[in-house]
Design a protein around this ligand. Structure first.
Ligand SMILES: [Zn+2]
Length: 255
């Protein structure tokens, strides 16, 4: 029996490690995509001193811990965000595998990875790269087989149910929503189907409201300043993907 537990623990550790390695790659994507640097080519380098980083500097989680969160070469502080993203990715892959099994876990993790990148890039630059929205749409196509309970009709309506109103609002009130937000809800609508797309958007609005109140209360930004809505949308999409059905059921039961 104990052997079985040890084997299970090893398997969990392995899955977590795979997730952390992918998280390490996501960090590269978040840094390079907005700077138009090829994601797949070239060596990794320190953003502060541009010293080339070697495999010993790039071991997910461990390198950060052993180097005390500093660059080995110039001792510049490395943002704890790198460590956080790797941990989050590892934990997400492990939880999805335990909770949903294959192949759903792979789909969910792919979507989660895209959403994580969108969240960080939008927070950094107030823009969402088209390539990430396209990746979500491709996940939506894969979902036709993985989540067969969402009908094709629901997916096609989902393309427009949020994105079209967002687009119209952005025409009337310039700067209300970015085109990145519109495209994101277009892609996510197909992934989720229209019912869950509504759930996602409702959660995003709630989060946006809470976030807006906090920003106003702490007075970091003036009333006129924009704030990135992409992270709110990304969180809503993620929650709707994982438990949209449960949320809908609870909501309809309380009506
Ligand atoms: Zn450095």
């Amino acid at each position: 029996m104990t052997m079985l537990y040890v084997a299970y623990a090893c398997l969990c550790l392995f899955v977590f490690a795979v997730g952390a390695v992918i998280g390490s790659f996501l960090n590269v994507v978040v840094y390079r995509l907005p700077r138009k640097i090829n994601v797949a080519k070239g060596f990794s380098f320190c953003p502060a001193c541009e010293h080339r980083l070697y495999p010993k500097d790039l071991i997910p989680l461990f390198s950060y811990l052993f180097l005390g969160g500093k660059c080995r070469y110039c001792k510049a502080k490395i943002s704890p965000r790198y460590f956080l993203v790797e941990t989050l990715a590892g934990a997400a892959l492990l939880l999805f595998c335990i909770g949903f099994g294959l192949p759903a876990a792979i789909l969910y993790f792919a979507v989660f990875s895209c959403l994580l990148c969108i969240t960080l890039i939008d927070a950094d630059t107030q823009e969402i790269p088209d390539s990430l929205n396209l990746a979500i749409l491709i996940c939506g196509v894969a979902a036709i087989w993985v989540q067969a309970d969402v009908s094709l009709l629901s997916r096609f309506i989902g393309l427009f149910v949020i994105s079209l109103p967002l687009f119209l609002i952005s025409l009337i009130i310039s700067g209300a929503f970015g085109m990145g937000d519109v495209k994101l809800m277009f892609a996510a609508g197909f992934l989720l189907g229209w019912q869950h797309a509504l759930v996602a958007f409702f959660i995003a609005l709630l989060l946006g409201g809470v976030y807006g109140v906090i920003v106003l209360a702490t007075r970091k930004k003036g009333r006129k300043d924009h704030f990135a809505f992409g992270p709110c949308l990304a969180a809503g999409i993620c929650v709707a993907l994982l438990c949209g059905e449960e949320i809908l059921r609870i909501y309809l039961a309380t009506m």
